[in-house]
Design a protein around this ligand. Structure first.
Ligand SMILES: [Fe+2]
Ligand SMILES: [Fe+2]
Length: 304
């Protein structure tokens, strides 16, 4: 059973991280659809707005309540996020609520925060609203993916990337349902590491495939990360309980290296020094996902 504090803190952190990730997926989809599909562009935009409203509401109750670890990890917002949003909005025309980032940059953690039963009830109700919109977003993306796969829809997005966005949404939905049932997330760290290694492998292949063909060195580096995470994914799948600490350390080392590569890529894309079809916001987005994974790994290693 989760304590009141754990329930509130874990819910807030999951929603601040994943709620933003979900709304950014809608921004990427909007920017990738042809004008012929303006109905889908509008649908994605409405879902994006719903997440933005929920995020604003979540931020209002998060100050002081979230952990210092969540702030320090830069999984919610990085030093690049605001600029990446401004540039991406200017380049694509997709509206982005940047106040969310400004407010998140000022979030604090207070050890003496009072986690009250009334806040717990409010968070429970907020989680339910996140669940409803996340079910909606999964249905929406599955509809788009099936049309992409039978070639009745075209998008400037790999079907594999859309599938990746669906996997992330399903992972988030499952975590929310577990939270609502107050299930203490079991020591199932290996399953979590399998999920994230697969996500990191996908990111490496997307970066590789979205770089301009002339960016040969960066393509090589992205390819070597894809191979590294493919190997680590297999190793983690086969890992025995007694080897958890060892494999977690290995995954952490690799995730840190990939984070450095993603940081340099985000800087390069923002500074117009890298030729690609990666938007600055997508670059920052995959960096934040690595940051979240790194925090999970570091927190587990503390127990080793
Ligand atoms: Fe994502
Ligand atoms: Fe991702």
């Amino acid at each position: 059973m989760l304590s009141t504090k754990d329930f509130i803190q874990m819910s807030l952190e999951a929603n601040l991280f994943w709620g933003r990730i979900m709304k950014e997926h809608m921004i990427f989809i909007e920017a990738a659809l042809p004008i012929k599909n303006s109905n889908y562009i509008l649908e994605a935009d409405n879902i994006k707005k719903s997440y933005e409203e929920l995020l604003m509401e979540t931020i209002m109750v998060s100050n002081g309540a979230i952990s210092q670890g969540a702030i320090d990890s830069k999984e919610l917002v990085t030093a690049f996020t605001l600029e990446a949003e401004t540039t991406t909005e200017n380049l694509t025309g997709v509206c982005i609520n940047k106040e969310i980032s400004s407010l998140e940059l000022n979030l604090t953690s207070r050890p003496d925060f009072n986690y009250t039963p009334s806040l717990e009830r409010h968070i429970f109700e907020l989680n339910n609203r996140y669940i409803n919109i996340t079910v909606e977003v999964i249905n929406f993306m599955e509809k788009l993916l099936s049309q992409l796969l039978d070639c009745t829809l075209f998008a400037f997005m790999y079907p594999n990337m859309l599938d990746h966005l669906i996997e992330e949404a399903k992972f988030y939905l499952k975590s929310l349902i577990d939270l609502q049932e107050r299930i203490k997330l079991k020591e199932d760290i290996l399953r979590t590491e399998v999920f994230w290694n697969h996500i990191m492998e996908d990111h490496s292949t997307f970066i590789r495939g979205m770089l301009d063909p002339s960016e040969k060195e960066l393509i090589k580096r992205a390819h070597s990360f894809a191979e590294l995470f493919e190997k680590l994914l297999e190793k983690t799948k086969k890992a025995e309980k007694e080897n958890i600490c060892k494999i977690t350390r290995e995954n952490l080392e690799a995730a840190k290296e990939l984070k450095d590569f993603k940081t340099a890529s985000t800087e390069g894309i923002l500074g117009c020094n890298i030729k690609s079809i990666i938007s600055p916001l997508l670059a920052d987005h995959v960096l934040r996902e690595a940051n979240r994974y790194i925090r999970i790994l570091k927190e587990y290693i503390k127990k080793c």
